[in-house]
Design a protein around this ligand. Structure first.
Ligand SMILES: Cc1ncc(COP(=O)(O)O)c(C=O)c1O
Length: 435
């Protein structure tokens, strides 16, 4: 479906004009299409239906509670990487038996919380973590359900090296031979319940071959373990399924599925998938106002959204389409840098991009920002994070209010206040203050 389309030259999200949204909620503004999120989720699930996978949506892509709730209602589980994401998934109503926990640096507190919640599996990334879980399992009497995240040593062709996680010199996963040794060791640890095996080779992958190579290597290990009497229940193939950011063709879920299904079938294991970007990426845009147009050696279009609102262009040199929310095809186009207000030369949304000559005050749309948009936003330069809106047909719902300046200082003021107003002249040593 075309969730974002121009009608008589004006951008709409589903049936709501972009101008109406910003009039109500301001800019910068993340806008999500409910219908497209649901469509992408169903399309992915349908592609893999032959193995009836556990859909563990990767919360880091977009962890808004309303987005999670929407996916929970569709039956989704969650792939989480922190205690905070566990809390989000649980608040959204995702059952613990549908949650897997990934990540190289889980703290004891996070492990304990997830064990207590009764999650489906820990995707363990090191021997230290394995031993930590074994100790927790013994201490609590709740054997920890574990899978080892294996590093299959494949080069995944992602657009940036920061999003490659499946080759031997990254911090992620456990090399296959080491995993073999650890499975044997884990099988002897009473605090553990060996449950699965996992890999995740990177993000924004537009080829099926790296998945097939990785899966084949991991299934060889599964077969070896089986011969030794170590039986596993699930295989988690991670996420990373790419989407089109420009007009180039992405792969659809069916293409990934048809490459992987024969091997998955043969394994006889329960299948877990962790798509994030594929589901929410195309379903979101960022709306931003042009503050100034500055003509120097280049033309700079300065917007009210910066790298704190959308980090991907400066962090990964990633491409997002940029266009005015109201088209005027009679205008000439010119090459500009679209930059934010942050005090960093690396603060940009698009470089050397040909766009219609826009005026100050105009609204721009930054496309395909539903994944790793708001979830990577920060308050750098003491800028409140943007609002998020979910559109459904003709209606729009604020699903995260814009942060306020007060939100930014609340945690500090709370600490200062007792010393500002000493209760009964106590022996506060904080800085002096009003009152
Ligand atoms: C372990 C794991 N699973 C799943 C994902 C989701 O990736 P994507 O959003 O590209 O599908 C990531 C992303 O970094 C990840 O690290």
């Amino acid at each position: 479906m075309d969730a974002f389309s121009y009608r008589e030259g004006k951008l709409f999200c589903e049936d709501v004009p972009a101008e109406e949204l910003v009039a109500q909620f301001g800019t910068p503004l993340y806008v999500y299409s409910r219908a497209l999120i649901v469509e992408r989720y169903r399309e992915f699930r349908k592609a893999f239906a032959a193995v009836d996978p556990l859909m563990a949506y990767s919360v880091k892509a977009n962890g808004n509670l309303s987005v999670l709730r929407l996916l929970a209602d569709e039956g989704s589980g969650a792939d989480i990487v922190s205690g905070g994401e566990l809390q989000r998934a649980r608040l959204a109503g995702i059952g613990p038996e549908r949650i897997v926990f990934s990540g190289v640096g889980k703290t004891v507190t996070e492990l304990a919380a997830a064990l207590d919640a009764g999650i489906y599996g820990f995707n363990v990334e090191s021997e230290g973590e394995l031993r930590q879980l074994a100790a927790l399992g013994e201490a609590t009497g709740l054997p920890a359900p574990v899978a080892l995240r294996v590093n299959p040593d494949v080069q995944s062709p992602t657009p940036h090296r920061y999003t490659r996680t499946g080759h031997h010199d990254t911090k992620f996963g456990i090399p296959i031979d080491e995993a073999r040794r650890l499975y044997r060791a884990a099988a002897q640890m009473p605090g553990l319940r060996l449950r699965g095996i996992d890999f995740h080779i990177g993000s924004q992958i537009l080829e099926t071959r790296p998945y097939v190579v990785a899966l084949s290597r991991v299934l060889e290990l599964v077969a070896d373990l089986r011969r030794e009497g170590i039986e596993l229940e699930y295989i988690d193939v991670g996420g990373g399924f790419g989407i089109p950011y420009d007009d180039d063709e992405g792969l659809d879920a069916a293409a990934f599925a048809s490459a992987l299904l024969p091997l998955l079938h043969e394994s006889g294991l329960r299948v877990v998938v962790e798509p994030g970007r594929y589901i929410v990426g195309p379903a979101g845009v960022l709306l931003t106002r042009v503050l100034y147009v500055k003509q120097l050696a280049k033309t700079f279009v300065i917007t009210d959204a910066g790298m704190n609102d959308l980090l991907r262009p400066s962090h990964y040199a990633s491409y997002h389409r940029v266009a005015p929310a109201e088209l005027h095809p009679e205008r000439e186009s010119l090459k500009v840098d679209v930059v934010g207000p942050i005090c960093e030369s690396g603060d940009f949304l698009a470089l050397d991009r040909v766009v219609e000559r826009v005026r100050e005050g105009e609204l721009l749309v930054i496309s395909t920002t539903g994944a790793y948009g708001f979830s990577m936003a920060s308050t750098y330069n003491a800028r409140p994070r943007p609002a998020e809106v979910l559109v459904e047909g003709r209606t729009s719902r604020l699903v995260r209010r814009r942060e306020t300046l007060d939100d930014l200082v609340r945690g500090e003021l709370d600490l200062l206040r007792p010393s500002f107003v000493p209760a009964g002249g106590g022996d506060d040593v904080g800085p002096p203050g009003p009152g």
